[in-house]
Ligand binder design. Structure first.
Ligand code: F6P
Length: 320
């Protein structure tokens, strides 16, 4: 392998730039040519790429978003699109592709791999919902962004003795919601992975908390459940506590990556290039028990991830 391409795909995540930087610099260190592909698979299909130098990734490690930009491509979702992408990759002399993204991006990479084009995937999404890895780049930054918002919301909730309902991102997964429920001291958290009953899981802890002397309340709703505005209205009706809903939205995707995300992205980016250097292809990078490792891409996409029941229980105890 002499020339590699790198792209970011799907939703952007803070730390993607640090991963691109690591791929480019490690690649050049090992004597490889690295092509930066703009706008994900759509850019690959358009041949939208250029050679990266040590300097083209200077001054990006601290920046959120992705300098390569990202997109979702309908054309790439077909066998003809995948074959076209491979022929364009070959025109540009690419021998392998490093894809930084989430589940959908992994499936695109798997299609390339199964059509004979070598790939490596790096997990990048704020949702932390990729089954093969305990950690995805961007998760820690998003958690800290949400926590910052919670601290601000608590100030005003305390002042007015109100209940705050906060809806956080995560698509179909509740990892962001569960973690910020614990870090933010929420009275209740509603996750898409767990069936729930609004009276039992939200109203009851709020009323019991009020009876024990609580003056303000925080309820976290995962985006995969949704309905924060309606839930807020219901809480107000049932408890007579003034309740306000906040849907945090895309603020959670932006911002300068935390140290953890920068370091993780740098390690995973370098690891991806080393795999290719050793002739290993069609692998996904993963964090397992604190160690960076790799799996076959087809196997990785069969894996399942569950929510941590101990953390769900912990939140209930700490919310007392
Ligand atoms: O996957 C990251 C994510 O921010 C999810 O949490 C959310 O469901 C989705 O992307 C939003 O996508 P878009 O930016 O296309 O609205």
């Amino acid at each position: 392998i002499k020339t590699i391409g790198v792209l970011t795909s799907g939703g952007d995540a803070p730390g993607m730039n640090a991963a691109v930087r690591a791929v480019v610099r490690t690649g050049i260190y090992y004597g490889l040519k690295v092509m930066g592909i703009r706008k994900g698979y759509a850019g690959l299909l358009n041949g939208d790429m250029e050679e990266m130098t040590l300097r083209s990734v200077g001054d990006i490690i601290h920046r959120g978003g992705t300098i390569l930009q990202t997109a979702r491509s309908a054309e790439f979702n077909s066998e003809a699109g995948v074959k076209k992408a491979i022929s364009i990759a070959k025109v540009f002399g690419l021998d392998a592709l490093i894809v930084i993204g989430g589940d959908g991006s992994y499936r695109g990479a798997r299609d390339l791999a199964n059509q004979g084009f070598p790939v490596i995937c790096i997990p990048g999404t704020i949702d932390n919902d990729i089954a093969s890895t305990e950690y995805t780049i961007g998760f820690d930054t998003a958690l800290n962004t949400v926590q910052d918002a919670i601290d601000k919301i608590r100030d005003t909730a305390y002042s007015h003795e109100r209940c705050s309902v906060l809806e956080v991102m995560g698509r179909h997964a509740g990892y962001i919601a569960l973690n910020v429920a614990i870090s933010g001291g929420a009275e209740a958290v509603i996750l898409p992975e767990k069936e729930f009953d609004i009276d039992r899981d939200i109203i009851k802890p709020i009323i019991e908390g009020r009876n024990r002397g609580k003056k303000h309340y925080l309820v976290i709703i995962a985006e995969g459940v949704g309905g924060a505005v309606e839930i807020a209205k219901y809480i107000e009706e049932k408890t007579d506590i003034k309740t306000r809903a906040t849907i945090l939205g895309h603020i959670q995707r932006g911002g300068s990556p935390t140290v953890y995300d920068r370091v993780m992205a740098s390690r995973m980016g370098a690891y991806a290039v080393k795999l290719l250097k050793e002739g290993k292809i069609n692998r996904v990078i993963a964090l397992q028990k604190g160690v960076i490792t790799d799996f076959d891409i087809n196997e990785a996409l069969q894996m399942k991830k569950t929510i941590d029941e101990e953390m769900v229980e912990l939140n209930k105890i700490l919310a007392l």
